[in-house]
Design a protein around this ligand. Structure first.
Ligand code: ZN
Length: 301
């Protein structure tokens, strides 16, 4: 029979073993959007314990800072978000409510992807009065694989800073990711040559970086301004322009209402296409990009 003292020590030893196991002691990551969860997973894998605040079925511009999100933010050691005002409606409140000093602006655990890349659609004159939600430039950078690589380099560096014990592993993972990703960019660029210059209509200006990368030509936007829902007068005004120079497709994100796109499609005969705006749960960035590009390429068949 083991006496009480020995028993207690065995229990203590087992608890310590569990605590030192990376599975149980991963760096706590709070990702605002699924793309950053996917990227963090590529770069940190088993060393991270990742929570994703939103799914690809939600509009990241409009999220509620609900108590379950606050509780997760309270425990986070690293926050990974888009920035450029994408989360301006909910992240500041969430950070305040979390009371977590590690993930506040300026801290090592506060990682904002758009801080590390150039932004498209930078307004020449800043005017928020008309409700433009892209006043800080277009925040939807995750749709450009080249910018994603730049963000990956910085994120990997942040992981090393926060968890230096695993730095060599983070370096290795970044190297593997980079090799694979650069190879994919070459393949994707080659496969999508035929999309260059193709005219498209979009619901919201959230495909800008993808268009820019693929050379797609955006000829109309259903929203009169980013964040302002399509109005019937605005949609009617688009018909005339599209009759003169038709588009190949009307693209909207899976979280957006398809009514306006369907209406315009009926009037103009241009087909609609729903695309996943972010990776699905546990989907890799590669798989998601493949899916997007395949859907766009299918239009031409
Ligand atoms: Zn937007």
């Amino acid at each position: 029979m083991l006496n009480k003292y020995v028993k207690r020590n065995i229990i203590l030893l087992i608890s310590l073993l569990f605590l030192s196991n990376p599975l149980y002691a991963g760096l706590q990551v709070f990702a605002c959007e699924p793309e950053w969860a996917s990227l963090a997973n590529e770069l940190g894998g088993e060393h991270l314990d990742i929570y994703t605040a939103t799914t690809n079925q939600q509009d990241p511009h409009h999220i509620q800072a609900r108590p379950s999100l606050v509780a997760k933010a309270r425990r986070a050691e690293l926050l990974v978000c888009t920035g450029a005002e994408l989360e301006v409606g909910w992240l500041p409140l969430l950070l305040r409510k979390s009371g977590n000093p590690n993930i506040q602006a300026g801290q090592a655990g506060y990682f904002i992807a758009t801080d590390y890349v150039s932004l498209l659609d930078q307004p020449i004159v800043l005017d928020r009065s008309l409700g433009d939600i892209h006043a800080a430039g277009n925040p939807h950078v995750h749709l450009d694989p080249v910018r994603l690589q730049q963000i990956a380099n910085k994120l990997s560096h942040t992981l090393t800073k926060l968890d230096p014990a695993n730095s060599s592993d983070y370096e290795k993972k970044l190297e593997l990711f980079t090799q694979h990703w650069q190879n994919m960019i070459l393949q994707w660029t080659e496969r999508t040559q035929s999309l260059k210059g193709k005219p498209i209509v979009v619901y919201h200006k959230n495909w800008t970086y993808l268009q820019h990368w693929l050379g797609l030509n955006q000829v109309a936007v259903l929203e009169p301004k980013p964040g302002i829902p399509p109005t019937s007068s605005h949609l009617s005004s688009l018909i005339l322009g599209l009759e003169k120079s038709p588009a190949q497709v009307i693209v909207y994100a899976n979280y957006q209402d398809n009514k306006a796109a369907n209406w315009l499609s009926k009037k103009t005969g241009i087909p609609t296409l729903e695309l996943a705006f972010s990776p699905a749960k546990d989907e890799t960035l590669t798989h998601w990009f493949d899916r997007l590009l395949n859907q766009l390429l299918k239009l031409q068949e």
